[in-house]
Design a protein around this ligand. Structure first.
Ligand SMILES: [Zn+2]
Length: 336
């Protein structure tokens, strides 16, 4: 085992002591897209003792451009991302525990899913679940590493309970708009998540070995322009999460999904979405599929799924009774 990690142990920041700490650590990765795959493969190779990977989706061909541990064979086998990740990573390092969990992370299951973890890593594509991670992190004193990447740019920040500002100190009102940029609407080139995933991995290593030089800024990169910058972030005095009010964990906010009986459809409702301009949304979605709209609703069809969006932000996803799938499509195309 020493030989497997020899190059990392020689590195002064890790050393033998650090390697032992990594081996005794448990990390949970929530979301296994581009960021999640980079972080997962790096932490498993680095010898983090327990790595849990949680994701709700299946693999599609357009994922292979940037989701580094998946293959065409996984798609042909119809594997969910969490399972394909577990199978692959067990082959990479059989000396540690790797667990894939197929689940839609929400307020009802997140505390159970992260119980006992030393660190949570964000591989998500939506702000709402990040705010949920933030709540659970502060409540249970588990540090987490935020990461987000889109187009050619990305951001990362460490949230260490009782030390650094939290995610909500910086992003207080993420649910106030009807439309947000997502990978499916703005595109993404692989170097952006690769850089952010790598920065998340470095921070994870430092946090797990107890290094002093943990990053306390918001790091922002643009891979296409070759630009790196850091922003000082501050505690916001009126931050509810820092005051111990966990609105997302207590589900006072958030998206509600309801299976519409007998209609083979799921309604997704975000009470905080506000008014959606269907005209703007139509312009946004038209490169991605078939869109038609009038004053009362917008109809959007892409990849066998049909969605109907109402001006109050309510969305009906047709031809499914799978609430997790509906939430996923909502996050992808409408944004949260
Ligand atoms: Zn805060």
């Amino acid at each position: 085992m020493i030989d497997r990690y020899s190059r990392q142990i020689i590195f002064s920041g890790i050393g033998e002591e650090g390697q032992k700490k990594l081996g005794n650590s448990s990390a949970v990765i929530i979301g296994c897209g581009a960021l999640g795959t980079v972080v997962a493969t790096s932490l498993v190779r680095a010898g983090v003792g327990k790595v849990k990977i949680i994701d709700r989706d299946f693999i599609e061909y357009h994922n292979l451009q940037r989701q580094v541990i998946f293959s065409e064979e996984d798609i042909k086998a119809g594997l969910p991302k969490a399972i394909a990740a577990e199978q692959y990573l067990k082959k990479v390092n059989s000396s540690i525990e790797v667990e894939g969990v197929v689940a839609d992370v929400n307020y009802a299951n997140i505390e159970r899913l992260v119980a006992g973890a030393d660190l949570i890593l964000d591989g998500l594509d939506n702000l709402e679940t990040r705010l949920l991670i933030n709540d659970v992190s502060l409540k249970h004193k588990i540090p987490w590493v935020y990461g987000g990447a889109i187009s050619s740019s990305g951001m990362t920040m460490n949230i260490i309970p009782d030390e650094t500002p939290c995610f909500r100190c910086v992003w207080n009102n993420p649910t106030g708009t009807g439309i947000a940029l997502t990978c499916d609407t703005a595109g993404v080139i692989s170097p952006a998540p690769f850089i952010i995933g790598s920065l998340q991995t470095v921070e994870a290593m430092k946090i797990l070995v107890g290094a002093k030089e943990i990053n306390r800024d918001l790091i922002i990169i643009d891979a296409w322009r070759g630009e790196f910058s850091r922003l000082k972030v501050d505690h916001r005095p009126d931050c509810l999460a820092c005051r111990g009010e966990y609105e997302f964990l207590e589900a006072r906010f958030g998206t509600r999904t309801t299976s519409l009986c007998g209609q083979n459809a799921v309604q997704v409702l975000n009470p905080e979405a506000g008014t959606v301009s269907l005209e703007r949304l139509a312009a946004h979605l038209s490169p991605l599929g078939e869109v038609s709209y009038n004053d009362f609703m917008l109809r959007f069809q892409a990849n066998n799924h049909e969605m109907v969006v109402f001006p109050d932000g309510r969305v009906i996803v047709k031809n499914t009774d799978d609430e997790a799938l509906a939430r996923g499509l909502y996050a992808k195309y409408i944004g949260m």
